[in-house]
Design a protein around this ligand. Sequence first.
Ligand SMILES: *Cc1c(COP(=O)(O)O)cnc(C)c1O
Length: 367
Amino acid sequence: MTINFTELANLGVQQLQPYQPGKPVSELERELGISGIVKLASNENPLPLPASVQESIQDEIAELARYPDANGYYLKSALAENLGVKPEQITLGNGSNDVLDMVARTFVSPEHEIIFSEHAFVVYPIVTRTIGATAVVTKAREWGHDLSAMAEAITDKTRLIFIANPNNPTGTALAYEELKAFMHKVPPSVLVVVDEAYYEYVAHEWSSMVEQLVNYPNLVVTRTFSKAYGLAGLRVGYSVSNPEIAGLLNRIRQPFNNNNLALATAQAVLKDSQFLQDALTVNREGMQTLTKKCDALGLTYIPSKGNFLTIDFKKNAQPVNDALLRSGVIVRPIANYGMPNHLRVSIGLEQENEKFMNQLPKALTHL
Ligand SMILES: *Cc1c(COP(=O)(O)O)cnc(C)c1O
């Protein structure tokens, strides 16, 4: 007897497509049989990890036979001190995606609605469907979140709102004052997750919503070590919330969701403020070069507050993506975000950006 296991999966899972990651360099190398491939597809920090951070990994290797500290005591303490909050407000995740999932699974049941914007981070629809809850997707405004539309979409069934600020894949951002005004309109029983994965890139302009936790117990702010802090491969993210919410998340958290290397390395990288500054400088300079190149080529892009630039090719961008791949440059198609005419390009090192810019004119001839 053959069993159709897809029919046995819960309804939400039946409707899901797996997350599409950026194409790995090794995969394209195998396909094309070439080397020197540049990957600008996953918004990673392009700098090599500083020696001090690499040493902390070396030191931790001897400890790998042991389970990690399930409570992440030292990392939470360091984060709490940096953020001016209490350690019991912090929940560590295996990447911030893990925390986004925990918040949804803790508070949302199939009869509830989760609000997020069109063109917002793809993990929000994934976690919503997994639970079997209803996704309420508001229209974007100039590619960004329309907070008025989001406030108007709230019903008795709304349990959670996801806001990415800055947003991926559009690079749009909402000013602190706008978010504050939004929080004022949200009923206190509706949780608002402000996903600050790219906060470090706007920190010189705006306060973090962490500052508003004292005023809004229904606010959860998430952050990650995957972007400006350069540890995408280690998977460390966290949320800051009121202690009661953190306690509830802790009930469903997998006990050892951060491994020994991840905990030790995140602590080490937090101490290296120069590394963060360098990452921000490389990003600012790369962003300038890339936007200038687009201007020169007459290409439109969405002004970005993140570490990536989303370029509008005005018609289906797949041929440009394919041509770039053939020339050894991996960028990110975002048709799955409802943006088939755009490609998202992460800001890399100078020579990586250069390779992209050199290959771009030829790729454009395939449009
Ligand atoms: C990259 C990203 C994250 C971070 O994911 P991790 O699981 O921490 O690697 C979260 N939110 C957004 C909007 C992102 O782009």
